[in-house]
Write a protein that binds this ligand. Sequence first.
Ligand SMILES: NC(=O)c1ccc[n+]([C@@H]2O[C@H](COP(=O)([O-])OP(=O)(O)OC[C@H]3O[C@@H](n4cnc5c(N)ncnc54)[C@H](O)[C@@H]3O)[C@@H](O)[C@H]2O)c1
Length: 272
Amino acid sequence: MAGNFLQGKVSLVTGASSGMGRATALLLAQHGSKIVCCDLRPEPNPKGYEADLDKTTVQVIEQNGGEAIFQQVDISNFPQVEAAFEQTVAKFGRLDIVVNCAGLWVPFRKFVDEDDELWSKMMAINLGGTSKVCRLALRQFLKQDVDPAWGSRGRIVNISSCSGVIAYGGQVAYCATKAAINHLTRAAAIDHAQDSINVNCIAPGVVETGMARGNIENKDIIKVMKAATPWPRLGKADDIAEAVLNFCTPASQWVTGQVLSVDGGMTLGVPA
Ligand SMILES: NC(=O)c1ccc[n+]([C@@H]2O[C@H](COP(=O)([O-])OP(=O)(O)OC[C@H]3O[C@@H](n4cnc5c(N)ncnc54)[C@H](O)[C@@H]3O)[C@@H](O)[C@H]2O)c1
């Protein structure tokens, strides 16, 4: 999709150093948005599939002529999240788009073997962190006017998982928190539709990122994942970034509360 339709807009992306968050930050910047890159650290996940793992997301954006800053944020650390929003407004004066990519996944284990520590972390990061970022975004959006050309006061795009749409063996806590993000999206969208604020969500299937590399390189796991993905290839971070961008176009101004599966058909059913 061509065009600088995000010129003058400011986007905050969590998990922006790697994978889907990085691809999203780069794509939004390519369409004119200034970017606040939030992550635990600026360097990309070394297990990632990015061609330029030696560069931070901010460096790549600047190299491409865009503008970006890095904010060190653990999304489950609320004072850090608040500081990132304060810095965003201090530096760029506004906020238009928030993309919640940061998330926690842990290797497969049966429900009976999950412990309280795992549940606390999953809830704090995947659900608590995403919720906190959404609420701070809404508060900032509500201070700003509706952009008549764009049709919105602000847009939120959450990243959940196909595991939040269909149940996936060996990851009950992850499935539960991702399903909660899907429903948080719908409920938040209802609360803020009258404010002209869009809240949507993408539920990715298996995507080649550092987070998924362990599964992709495990021949037993990847066999199951490929069999469960009708499309002839796995996902790439750019597939998700393009779907995020679609939720941010002027043409998508009447789309809210939707959970879009971007998964090569994984959640459709059982392939023959
Ligand atoms: N890769 C997949 O197959 C897949 C499938 C479905 C959903 N997802 C979801 O997509 C999102 C992005 O994952 P990815 O595959 O791009 O992984 P990734 O490892 O490439 O990127 C995740 C980024 O999030 C950052 N991060 C992790 N915890 C954080 C925290 N508490 N605060 C701030 N930043 C944090 C990491 O440092 C990393 O840079 C996650 O929410 C994940 O659950 C991934």
